[in-house]
Each structure stands twice: as C-alpha cells, then as structure tokens.
Design a protein around this ligand. Structure first.
Ligand code: P6P
Length: 332
C-alpha cells in the first residue's frame, strides 16, 4: 500500500487497489477482481452517457414501466444494458439481478460454475436527470450457492453475507466508493487517463452531525415516533439536506456525517427503498465506515430477504444520529 496518494500525479488506481486487496487473500483466483473491473468499466461508460444524455436526446421516459411500476427512464435502460454487457462477459458470474428486471438473469448455474452473484440498481435517482441532478449506480457482490436451484433464493442473502458493495456517483465528478469488508475507499474518475484514482482510504463517518435527510412532505404519514424525532430535531438546531437521490444523500453523509431516513409512509407502508440492491450495499458502506444502518428495529445487514425487490424502511448514517432516531421511533 503506497504511503498515500500524493496531490500530484496520483496514479494509485482502483485496479491497483483491488489487486492489492486480492494479494491479501492467498489462493484468490482473480475472479473477484475481474468483476470489480467490469463494474468500473460499466461506470465509465455510464458516466459518459449520463453526461451526454440531453445532447443525445436520451432523457425522459422510455415509455415502459419497470417491475416497481415506475416509469422507466431511457437512461435506466441504457445503464442496465451497459452493466449487463460488461458483467455478462465475466465467466465467474452465476447470477445478475437488476432493479430494472423482474427476474434475476441466470448466467451459469450448478456445475457450470459461477462463483458470484452481482445485484445492482443501474441508475438510481434517474428521474432527477432531466434537471441535471446527481444519479448513481449501486452494486453488491454475493457468493453464489450452486446447490440452490432458484436464482432468486440464491440472491436473497442477508446483507452481512455481502463480500463487497459500493456505488458510483455521477455528480460534478464521477466518484467510485467501494468496500470489500476492510474499510471504505473513495476513487475519483480522472477523465484524462480514464482511471478511477484513489483519493481517500479507510473513510470514517463522523459519529454525530446535526443534519437529517428526509422527504418531509410525507412526514404527516410517518409513524408517530419519526414525527417526534423531527419535532425534536427542529428544536435542537438541526439542518436539513435532501437531494432525493440515494447515492448523493449517502455520499454527503459518508463524508460529512448526518442521518438519512426513509420511514414507512401511507404509499409505501414497508418503506420505499429496496433491501437487496439499495439498503444492503449502503448499510455495508456505513458500517465499514463506523456508521449504522437499521430497518425498523433490525440492523439492515441482519434482515433476512424474502423477495428480490423487497422494500424496507431505512435509517442510516452517523452512529449517534441513528441511535437518536431509533430512540424516538421506539417511543423512548
Ligand atoms: P422520494 C430515487 O427514486 C429513490 O429510489 C432514491 O434514490 C431516493 O432516496 C428516494 O427514491 C427518493 O424518494 O419519495 O423522496 O422521491
């Protein structure tokens, strides 16, 4: 591990980082590194298309709805296609699952091998693209179990079983955040050399910060405890920041602290965010950075998934701030 990226000519890339991590696991075959490399390639390709979306008339609805019943954005379909093409060519992948597809895609099963499953939300927050909002790709990597026939059952693993997770945030810069279980690293795409360059390693989220992130328009339909929390926060000099794009809200909290909450609402009584490819990846990032993530009274990473597109309520962020929300939510 180099002594740390210099401010000039920093060439410690995502590829170098993953190979260095691989070297820590004797007997590693390199399959995992290839998958991260495929996600990195897809992220660069998606970043290019996102930045040219309006010029290429690729904004707006595709005219179809996804499994969530949400209008599919053209860019959702483009990002999904890029990820499926980049990942589908990797021989170590057994199953791919996307927010955009009702069923998982089986690449290889049983004796044909395939050590890993990759789940992703190809372009989370894409409805903000038409106003140039930040959007993101969220991903998680799980081990495949060749003895389980059903692809859906194979990917319905508790978040604590993730072997890696992260997101690519397409904002003023393209940020790649990943954890493989030994801390959280932040890379930024240098468009001039086409590589993600390490800018922060072992990120630690501040244990407290008086900023909450919630869509207050729904607050009347929140369970009473969450309404009590908001009243408490208003009286205790908290500030509010809400972008409505999970990767952007999480990234701000990861770097600066704060708490994100998406409680149950009337329109989403089980919560809006999806457990397997939104809550779990972000929860692993939060915990690896010293934060917390809960779905109701259960730690997110302990929730046993039952369905691929299962939704959950979510509170995540700075350790002390999450505990304050949970305390109010529990009526303490
Ligand atoms: P609301 C985007 O549609 C998304 O899935 C997340 O990125 C974001 O956190 C949430 O929904 C925003 O939901 O109901 O506040 O628009």
């Amino acid at each position: 591990m180099p002594h740390g990226p210099s401010s000039v000519h920093n060439l410690y890339s995502l590829q170098s980082h993953i190979l260095a991590e691989e070297a820590l696991h004797p007997g590693a075959s390199g399959d995992f590194s290839w998958i991260v490399s495929a996600i990195s390639l897809a992220g660069k390709a998606i970043a290019h298309r996102v930045r040219r979306a309006r010029l290429e008339n690729a904004l707006g609805d595709e005219g179809s709805t996804n499994v969530q019943g949400e209008a599919q954005q053209r860019m959702d379909v483009i990002a999904n296609d890029i990820l499926m093409r980049c990942l589908g060519s990797r021989a170590s992948i057994a199953v791919l699952a996307s927010e955009e597809d009702e069923e998982p895609t089986i690449m290889r099963r049983g004796k044909d091998g395939g050590k890993y499953c990759v789940l992703f939300d190809p372009l989370d927050g894409s409805s903000t693209l038409d106003s140039n909002g930040a959007v993101g790709t969220i991903f998680t990597i799980l081990r495949n179990d060749p003895l389980i026939e059903s692809a859906e059952r194979t990917v319905c693993q508790q978040g604590s079983k993730q072997i890696a997770s992260g997101y690519i945030l397409y904002g003023p810069s393209t940020a790649f955040v990943i954890t493989t279980g030994t801390g959280v690293a932040l890379f930024e795409l240098d468009p001039f050399i086409g590589s993600f360059i390490l800018v922060k390693n072992n990120i630690r989220i501040p244990s407290s910060k008086r900023i909450y992130s919630v869509n207050e328009a729904y607050s009347e339909s929140f369970p009473h405890g969450y309404q009590e929390y908001l009243r408490w926060a208003h009286a205790n000099n908290y500030s509010s920041r809400y972008i409505g794009s999970l990767c952007a809200d999480v990234h701000r909290i990861l770097l600066n602290g704060g708490v994100f909450l998406y409680p149950p609402t009337i329109s989403h009584p089980d919560g809006k965010l999806r457990l397997l490819y939104e809550a779990n990846p972000m929860a692993m990032i939060m915990e690896q950075a010293g934060g917390l993530s809960y779905c109701g009274n259960t730690a997110t990473l302990d929730v046993q998934p039952m369905k691929l597109h299962q939704r959950v309520p979510l509170v995540l962020g700075s350790r002390d701030e999450v505990r304050i929300v949970l305390g109010h939510a529990a009526g303490l």
